[in-house]
Design a protein around this ligand. Structure first.
Ligand SMILES: Cc1cc2nc3c(=O)[nH]c(=O)nc-3n(C[C@H](O)[C@H](O)[C@H](O)COP(=O)(O)OP(=O)(O)OC[C@H]3O[C@@H](n4cnc5c(N)ncnc54)[C@H](O)[C@@H]3O)c2cc1C
Length: 366
């Protein structure tokens, strides 16, 4: 996706902050519209809440074992035509695969096929980003505006970056609010008011047995969803073991938000144990090989709320050349996030044709 140096001088320079699915969609759309895109990401990898975590431990023989957990988003079902078209290309590229999980809610049933990303969930963002430049381990602290327009990005671990002609902020609302405050305070206030639900997630490895289901959605107790992760296409487990990802309900998480992770892990292991069949003549519970928890402070937007500025699925101020995208501006889930980023890219690209203000490397203090 990168152009050669002579062509790059004519391109509009855009900074995208965040490489979740909304930032990735925005960057991919901007490149189609002839922008030179640079991304900034606070983590080591792309994907945001389409996340994967590798766990390593030593088994009882001292041998090193490892597995991958998709501990954020796990699957999706496309609805809108534009999203479907992008997903179709991702299926052709081999990074998205249909899957028919056997689900246990009130009863055992096969659902309509869902889509999963292979080999792990962040691969869809990598697919969209291609070889675009991403600065990793780089938390953006401030956006600074030059006197005559043009943006500079102040991030941990690197010199001030810029100037950029446009900036897109692609992250959960409370984090986006920090970066737009001082530039667009009405956006910052509205984003701060957008409430997100938290989620404690247990990632565990037990003995393998012949489980009757791939996914359970308990109707009561601390757990909202349990996934037998190694049954997802493209995932594996060490021989004789089963890999689990269990998401707690928002209510349970809220009640235990500041608890010590070891306490949360023990409670969620108990909850998971009650979902798993016992095995053998003495009805023995499976042995645990590994367990760790992750706290998502900003997991999903509260469904009842909405952002009170703008009527589009993104925020864009052409005079400031500043935009915001993310699932919270459309609804919830991967498709909502993608749509927000894709639509913001269209709005930003529409202004490429219009004359842009001269950019001087003069930085205003904020
Ligand atoms: C536990 C859980 C389960 C879920 N299950 C599903 C599911 O099954 N199906 C579904 O469709 N959706 C699911 N979702 C929701 C889905 O993950 C989100 O809708 C989607 O991933 C949001 O994408 P985003 O780009 O808006 O934000 P994010 O994915 O949060 O991306 C924001 C990015 O910005 C980066 N960032 C933040 N602040 C800064 C900063 N200051 N500087 C630099 N970088 C920064 C972050 O590191 C991150 O990479 C789930 C979410 C969670 C947490």
């Amino acid at each position: 996706m990168q152009r050669n140096d002579s062509n790059q001088q004519d391109l509009v320079r855009v900074a995208v902050i965040g490489t979740g699915i909304s930032g990735s969609a925005c960057a991919a759309g901007l490149v189609q519209g002839d922008a030179q895109v640079t991304l900034f990401e606070k983590s080591r990898n792309v994907g945001g809440r389409m996340a994967t975590r590798r766990a390593r431990w030593q088994d009882t023989t001292g041998a090193e074992q490892s597995v991958c957990f998709d501990h954020g988003a796990q699957s999706f079902t496309p609805v809108q035509p534009r999203f479907k078209a992008m997903v179709k290309r991702a299926v052709s590229a081999g990074c998205v695969t249909p899957w028919n999980p056997l689900v246990h809610a009130e009863r055992l049933e096969t659902t309509a096929p869902v889509l999963v990303v292979s080999p792990t969930m962040p691969a869809l963002c990598s697919h969209l980003l291609g070889d675009l430049t991403v600065h990793f381990n780089c938390t953006v602290r401030r956006l600074q505006r030059a006197a005559d327009g043009g943006w500079f990005v102040a991030a941990d671990g690197m010199p001030l970056a810029g100037p950029f002609d446009q900036v897109a902020v692609a992250m959960p609302p409370a984090q986006a609010a920090v970066l737009v405050a001082g530039h667009h305070d009405d956006w910052a206030d509205a984003l701060m008011a957008r409430r997100m639900e938290p989620c404690w997630t247990l990632m565990a490895v037990t003995d393998d047995v012949d489980w009757p289901w791939d996914m359970a959605e308990p109707s009561s107790g601390p757990l909202a969803r349990v996934l037998r992760s190694d049954r997802v296409p493209g995932r594996t487990a060490p021989r004789g073991m089963a890999v689990w990802t269990a998401h707690a309900t928002p209510e349970w998480t809220q009640a235990h938000l500041e608890d010590d992770p070891s306490v949360v892990s023990a409670l969620l292991q108990d909850a998971l144990r009650t979902q798993l069949p016992t095995v053998g003549p003495g009805a023995v519970a499976p042995r645990w090989h590994h367990a760790v928890v992750h706290r998502w402070r900003y997991a999903r937007p509260e469904l009842s709320g909405e952002v009170s500025v703008g009527s589009d699925g993104y925020l864009w101020d052409e005079s400031l050349a500043l935009g915001v995208c993310g699932e919270h501006l459309v609804g919830t889930g991967i498709e909502a996030a993608w749509q927000s980023g894709d639509e913001l890219a269209d709005a930003m690209a529409a202004s490429f044709e219009r004359p842009k203000p001269p950019v001087r490397a003069v930085v205003t203090a904020r």
